[in-house]
Design a protein around this ligand. Structure first.
Ligand code: PGA
Length: 252
């Protein structure tokens, strides 16, 4: 089954609203050349509204970087799925390793967020990945399996159709050390097989699995050309229009 590659820019805590608008305008100029790739921009919450307005009528989709699982209430500083939907978010990144590392997110909270996102008709981009210590200790597959099973607990097959998975080895994020294409392929194939055992083969063949971690124009093509890699989740290299656009063309 042909899966459409998806390239998402995770801007993290970068770009004020006006900077985000300028970067979006620069990326939009090349939109005509993005054929065959689904492109997603994930600005900080404060820029969602203006970036979303610029993307109205465009094929580029809007995504958020996080959300809370409750619909509303006394959760100071948090943002709900409904708030994101009203700003025309299509995607939401869930369980990024920085959220797990610095903000105490667990497989359990990731699961709550995944369920809440899907219930609100958002498409979660669910991040999984091992640390360097875990890889060295030969724990990669165990860690990934636990994260995947945890994230999709009680997620029906029908609901899972909305999901994108991002494999992001923690040791590759923002370090300049990317996984080799072979390392990425090995884990992506493992995740796809696991999805096959949780759901079924058809679902496994349909789900898109992005690679993330130090993707740059120079290494994107080799990584994206692996059979189970369906595009990328891009941090640093998505903050500059030229490099992000070059990565999108590598996904073609
Ligand atoms: P990076 O980040 O491309 O800067 O390594 C990727 C990510 O964290 O999504």
């Amino acid at each position: 089954m042909a899966r459409k590659p998806i390239v998402a820019g995770n801007w993290k805590m970068n770009n004020t609203n006006s900077e985000a608008v300028a970067l979006t305008e620069a990326i939009k100029k090349s939109e005509f050349s993005f054929k065959g790739v689904e492109v997603v921009l994930c600005p900080p919450f404060t820029a969602l509204k203006d970036v979303g307005a610029l993307l109205a009528g465009s094929s580029i989709r809007l995504g958020a970087q996080n959300m809370h699982w409750e619909k509303s209430g006394a959760f100071t500083g948090e943002i709900s799925a409904g708030m994101l939907r009203e700003l025309f978010c299509h995607y939401v990144i869930i369980g990024h390793s920085e959220r797990r590392q610095y903000f105490c997110e667990t497989d359990e909270t990731v699961n709550k967020k995944v369920l809440a996102a899907i219930a609100a008709n958002l498409h979660p981009i669910v991040c999984v990945g091992e640390t360097l210590e875990q890889r060295k200790a030969n724990e990669t597959k165990n860690v990934i399996e636990k994260q995947v099973r945890g994230a999709f607990k009680n997620v029906s097959k029908e609901a899972f159709m909305k999901v994108v998975i991002a494999y992001e080895p923690v040791w590759a994020i923002g370090t300049g050390v990317n996984a080799t294409p072979e390392q990425a392929q090995e884990v992506h194939a493992f995740i796809r097989a696991l999805i096959g055992s949780i759901y079924d083969e058809k679902t496994a063949q349909a789900v898109r699995i992005q690679y993330g971690g130090s993707v740059k124009p120079a290494n994107a093509k080799a990584i994206f050309s692996q059979p189970d890699v369906d595009g990328g989740l891009i941090g640093g290299a998505s903050l500059e229009a030229d490099s992000f656009i070059a990565i999108i063309s590598a996904a073609q």
